[in-house]
Structures are given as structure tokens and as C-alpha cells.
Design a protein around this ligand. Sequence first.
Ligand SMILES: C[S@@+](CC[C@H](N)C(=O)[O-])C[C@H]1O[C@@H](n2cnc3c(N)ncnc32)[C@H](O)[C@@H]1O
Ligand code: SF4
Length: 384
Amino acid sequence: MAENDQAFGVYIHWPFCLSKCPYCDFNSHVRRSAIDEPRFARAFAAEIAAAAERVPGRTVSTIFFGGGTPSLMQPATIAAVLNAVGKHWVVAPDVEITLEANPTSVEATRFRGYRSAGVNRVSLGVQALDDRALGELGRLHTAREALAAVAVARSVFDRYSFDLIYARPQQTPRDWARELKLALGEAGEHLSLYQLTVEQETPFAALHAAGKLSVPDEDTARALYDTTQEVCAAHGLPAYEISNHAQPGGECRHNLVYWRAQEYAGIGPGAHGRLDMDGRRHATATEKRPEAWLDRVEQNGHGLVTDDVLTREEMADEFLLMGLRLAEGIDPARYAALAGRPLDAARIAALREHGLVETTPAGRLRVSMPGFPVLDAVVADLAA
Ligand SMILES: C[S@@+](CC[C@H](N)C(=O)[O-])C[C@H]1O[C@@H](n2cnc3c(N)ncnc32)[C@H](O)[C@@H]1O
Ligand code: SF4
């Protein structure tokens, strides 16, 4: 995964799901009536045109349809969005185009339609391979249905990934190792393995506060994390990011754009972007509510509600926060160029002494295996 400074990603947000999972705080909504997809397609195209006017001449290296559940979109809607991207920017011949899919909306004919439209990678939200756990997570599919969806993904796309959530209530490292090995038997080049986070203002947060949802304690969570690393590495899928595992070369290039603090446009309701204009980095965000976003785009040609110029300090902090999630770590010289000062050598030495960070032979700074479970504290220390 060679680092490419010219990488430019386009993120497209589809904000609808069939039902709302009780742990999820993504910008996703359930609607009883049909979604007017042609209207959304026109609004996506308008927002793409507006973004391209601000950052013209880019070569798009990755496109990511995220959600919500983008696998509820018609292939024609995906095709219309991709046409708009190609009309306003140059698209790299080896562009990576990913679509997130929920096993409940995976269907071979529609998947072939996505492939015809240009999608060349899918990422499926499997979450668990245990029906009781899937029920507790509020999922609408069984493990068998999830595996059938993985089989469809594999038959249509050369590149596919799926997500699992671990550190679930009552989960032991032994149960998780068994489930993970089953998953690895079905995996291709990439797997995303997320520790369950109890997000504020979700039904899970309310259950947790009421003492009705017990998540693993710190030691068990640590043991589950260690199990994840051991089992995946033994299977040839080491972590290249704190929650993402891939064979060398199978990394998600779109997500690398975020973690390497490169440039990306955020299109659709509640999408975030980072655009470099006139030597300054802009942090953008659009209106979150889908119908309000449509109205804004139809009135103004874009749905932007935030467009902040980042200070040097903010850019440097973001670079550190994102880059230290990666196994490849960061280039301290880039940090120094962004911040206008180098990282504090004494702090690095102390963290190194505790075995939490290490410097590679090429001079990059990275978090060590024991450092990853306490990543937030390591970043906070270095950024202080
Ligand atoms: C935006 S979802 C898209 C996938 C698709 N909507 C689905 O659920 O099948 C991306 C992923 O985030 C993860 N995720 C969402 N909420 C989480 C939470 N509270 N803790 C850990 N992982 C979470 C899930 O693994 C999910 O597949
Ligand atoms: S986890 Fe996926 S399907 Fe569930 S609410 Fe979130 S985005 Fe929708």
C-alpha cells in the first residue's frame, strides 16, 4: 500500500436503512414511504458539481458509497452518481469503488447491476455469526443469511470485505476465537472487526444506563482484542489499522485516504470532507437530515452547513489522531511541517520506554501492539 500524496477520495452518503439497529449512531433513518431516488440522484450530481467547482482538476482514486444502507439504492442511482463524478473530475483507471451492503438487502441480480455501474468492491455488515447475538444486536438477518450474502458478494466481486462487532455482552475470548475462525474461512482479502461501542443516545446507551446491557470489562476487552490480533495474523490477515485487517495489497484504499490525512469530498446528507484550497485545508460537513439536505441542495446547489479552515494545530492533531491508527504509523517530518514544530522528543522517549510506541528503521513513528488498546491516551499524550 504505497502512500500516494495525490490520492483523492469521494464519499457518498446514503442515509436510509430498513430498520435502526439499537447500537448504531450513524446518520441513518427509516422511512415508511418510498424514497424518491431520481430526486436524490439529481441532488448528489448537483453537490458533486459544486464540490468540483471548488476543487477542480483532481484525479479521483477512490469512491465510497457508505450509509445507512447503500445496497438499498437502485443500480441506476449508483450509475447516475458515478457518471456525475466522471463528468466533473478525472477518474483514475484503477479507481476503487466500494459499496456498503447489509445482508438483508443483498441480491445477486442487483449486485451484478452495481458491478455493471462500476462498483468493484463491497463491504458487508455481517456483525456476528451467531443468531442469538444477531438478535441482541437487533439485526434482521440470521448468520446463515449473512453467509449467503457473503457468497453472493464473492461470486460477483473480486474484492469484498465484511464487518463483525465483538466485545459483545457475555462474549468470551474462546467464543470469539471460534466465531472469528469461522469468519476467516469465509473472508477474502479484508475484514473489519469493531469492538462494540455503546454510543450516546442510542437504545443501547439507555439499556446500559439501566444495567440491562453488560459489556465486557477492561481485562476481557483486552483479551478479546489480543485474540483478534493473534487469530487474524495467524490467518494472514494482520491489522493494518486498529480495527481493519487485510492481506498485503488488500487494504481499503478509500479509508486509507482518511487515515493518511489526504483529500476527500463528502457528498450527501451529513457527509464530511477535507478539501485543500489555496494552500489551506477546509473541513466541510453537509446538512444531516435527508429531506432538509435535499431542500438545501435544490435551493443552493449544495448542502454545506460547515466549511471551516483548519489551523496548523488542528491539522497536525488530526494527522496524528488518524495516522497513529495505522500499523504503518506516521512520518514525524510531515507532523513537524503541519504543526510548525516537531513532536516532543521527551514524550516519545517516555512512551517508547513503556513499550507503547516504536520508531521504524525508515524513521516513522508508530504505535506498538501493546499501545493500540490505549491508543487514545497515546495520541493525547503526543498531541499535548
Ligand atoms: C454504517 S455501518 C454500514 C453497514 C450496513 N449498514 C450494515 O449495518 O450492515 C458500518 C459498520 O459500523 C459498525 N458499527 C456501527 N455501530 C457500531 C457500534 N456502536 N460499535 C461497533 N461497531 C459499530 C458495524 O460493524 C457496521 O457494519
Ligand atoms: S448498523 Fe447499518 S443497518 Fe444498522 S442502523 Fe446502522 S447503518 Fe443502518
